[in-house]
Write a protein that binds this ligand. Sequence first.
Ligand code: ADP
Ligand code: MG
Length: 322
Amino acid sequence: PKIQNKIAAGEVVERPSSVVKELIENSLDANADEIEVFIEESGMKLIRIVDNGDGIHQTDAPLLFQRHATSKIGDDYDLFQIRSLGFRGEALASIGAVAKVKVETKHLDGEPVTIRFEGGELKEQGPGKERQGTDISISELFFNTPARLKYVRSMRTESGKIIDIIQRMALAYPGVSFRLTLDHSEKLYTKGNGNLKEVISDIYGLNIARHAVRIEAQDADFRITGYAIRPEVNRSNRNYINLSVNQRHIRNFRLSQSIINAYHTLLAKEKYPIVVIDMEMDPKIVDVNVHPAKIEVRFSKEKELNGLLESAVRTSLKDEML
Ligand code: ADP
Ligand code: MG
């Protein structure tokens, strides 16, 4: 494989869980509303994603693993108006360079095709199954790199990370049904009927979902929606803060701190929040181009957003406690 693809693999797809994330983002970008994920041996043996999205046209399929083969962005201007989750055309090229890949896909207006790649090279191309959507299998990830050994050694940690990222995506997309099967046993299922409280129940259990209070706030730039869970059933670390911007799962230290502050003005200091919050805003306010994995984001009106978020969480917790 080309050297720059191996380099890119180090940043975009640094580990099995980041491969899973990139592939699910592609399914979401293709408008899938059913996504099934099959993982074997923490993704080191198999990562398979089956979606019912728009599919890939047979003429595009052989180009899939080329660098910057993206269908999502027209010109530089688009970079400031990003709606789709992917836009760099790096993920598949990076993954293809370090794994064995099989894609079965049928585009809405195309013929079903099957293609196989190995270490970034097209090995086989032929007819596929008559099934709308894309079925992509990544086997023997990192088979041609030293990184493989590292993840083979830490498989349990990696399974945990895969579960975590899928849970966060399911919470950000209550309208999409997710199923996760780990080593042949089902670990997560969400119906995809759009009911966020049900997703919270599917992931954290009925007891927590029952205590979820609605969060809603809006100003000229931001609309914040979601749920906060009351203290009695709280957990004791910050892993239960689920944040998304325009449904893109993000991490942001300051925003998490604002939420923790809101909890701590009302509750004991050792209690940490469980929240599921989406923040809608004009994509121009967000810079997602900070890191290739697109999880760290910056905002041009960060102070305003922090203030709105803190007061929204505090208000809904307070209402519930009255
Ligand atoms: P990006 O998402 O940044 O465009 P990727 O390397 O992740 O780049 O994907 C390359 C292209 O392959 C996408 O732009 C899209 O056209 C196509 N593609 C990948 N996965 C799917 C999928 N599950 N369904 C439909 N198209 C897909
Ligand atoms: Mg992508």
